[in-house]
Write a protein that binds this ligand. Structure first.
Ligand code: RUB
Length: 360
């Protein structure tokens, strides 16, 4: 049993330590989670974020509950319900909690079984993202060969790297793999207002890996596509419905529209546990998280003295609205890059993945 991953790890005493993503790219702080409430809080306040990692912290949160409540099943269930409700859109959260509870239904060693299962989920995610990287990179090589390209420009939105899913990312996994294969890539990084996950987190990851990239204001992608400067768009997802409609960070839909208009391939990279097989129609049925309007009014950054501070960028008194996600309809998606291969975004292809376990 290990439980050590890039954005989170189990300490020797069984506490979960996570990178506190709210301070990146300025400071690499960590936060220790000791209880189910700590896990819940960390998901809510976005200490941790990204569908995959939210699922992992939820799973370890159930373990923390088991430890805290001395394997009392009723109390574990109560804490699990609280964790399950901490954010509404990323389905990995509900999937992970449900799997943990199902696993301990007949357990006689609840605390250790919880720990083992949370680690098993995380280990599977590591494998999933490696496979996604390989299949996604095969796709990059194919598009490059078809179009006789020497360098490859990919646009991505939000952060779907290893900060978001263990341990290679979803959308960023093909980029990490491309670097390993010696492919000359360059990444356009959408800043991703209002929380700037692209500008703060994706750029931080890519810089650390030495992958060439350029941060762009969210409104720039369409212009770049019109001028042939984007060869492919890859984003992650928080939930993909059985009909292929995909929920991802607000603004993804607009990129997909621009990609369609300009004949740019638009791919979503996701592990199978991001599918919601019971959701028939994503545009109609996926719940979109509403977040505080303060995230629109306020911006965090480093001032010239090197201090991190939060400043207001809107007039006091103006109202703002903050939808966390939007839905890209399946008709705008070229393909879904999963650990089982690249599939079409339609019900027939998606339902074939239901119940499959992670390849080894
Ligand atoms: C994150 C987001 C990411 C997906 C990636 O939103 O939209 O693109 O979660 O999924 P937030 P994965 O920052 O609000 O959590 O974790 O599978 O890469």
């Amino acid at each position: 049993m290990q439980g050590i991953y890039k954005p989170l790890w189990l300490k020797n005493n069984g506490d979960l330590e996570v990178i506190d993503q709210r301070y990146l790219p300025f400071e690499k702080k960590t936060r220790v989670l000791k209880t189910a409430s700590d896990a819940c809080e960390a998901i809510k306040d976005m200490t941790v974020r990204g569908a995959g990692v939210i699922g992992n912290v939820a799973a370890f949160g159930v373990y923390l509950a088991a430890r805290e409540f001395d394997a009392d099943i009723a109390k574990i269930k109560e804490a699990s319900a609280m964790i399950r409700a901490s954010r509404p859109t990323a389905v990995n959260l509900m999937w992970a909690v449900d799997r943990m509870l199902a696993h301990i239904r007949h357990s006689s060693d609840v605390v250790n079984d919880c720990k083992r299962e949370a680690i098993a989920i995380a280990d599977e995610d590591v494998l999933r993202t490696q496979k996604i990287g390989a299949f996604g990179c095969d796709m990059i090589e194919q598009i490059m060969a078809d179009n006789k390209l020497k360098t490859f420009n990919i646009l991505t939105h939000c952060n779907a790297g290893w900060l978001a899913i263990l341990d290679s990312g979803s959308a960023l996994a093909p980029m990490y793999e491309a670097q390993k294969r010696g492919i000359d890539i360059h990444v356009w990084v959408d800043e991703t207002r209002p929380r700037n996950q692209g500008a703060s987190l994706t750029s931080w990851e890519l810089l650390d890996a030495g992958i060439p990239h350029t941060i762009i204001p969210d409104n720039t992608g369409g212009h770049l596509m019109q001028h042939g400067q984007v060869d492919m768009v890859i984003t992650g997802a928080d939930r993909v419905a059985a009909n292929g409609d995909a929920a991802n960070k607000i603004g993804t839909y607009l990129k997909a529209l621009a990609a369609k208009d300009n004949g740019v391939p638009f791919y979503i990279a996701l592990p199978i546990n991001t599918f919601d097989f019971d959701c028939e129609n994503g545009v109609r049925d996926i719940e979109i998280e509403m977040r505080s309007e303060d995230e629109v009014h306020m911006m965090q950054g480093m001032n010239k003295r090197g201090d991190v501070e939060c400043v207001r960028i809107t007039p006091e008194g103006s109202k703002a609205i903050n939808y966390g996600f939007d839905i890209t309809p399946a008709r705008l998606i070229t393909g879904l890059i999963t650990e089982m291969g690249v599939i079409s975004p339609n019900k027939e292809a998606i339902l074939k993945l239901k119940g499959l376990s992670t390849p080894t």
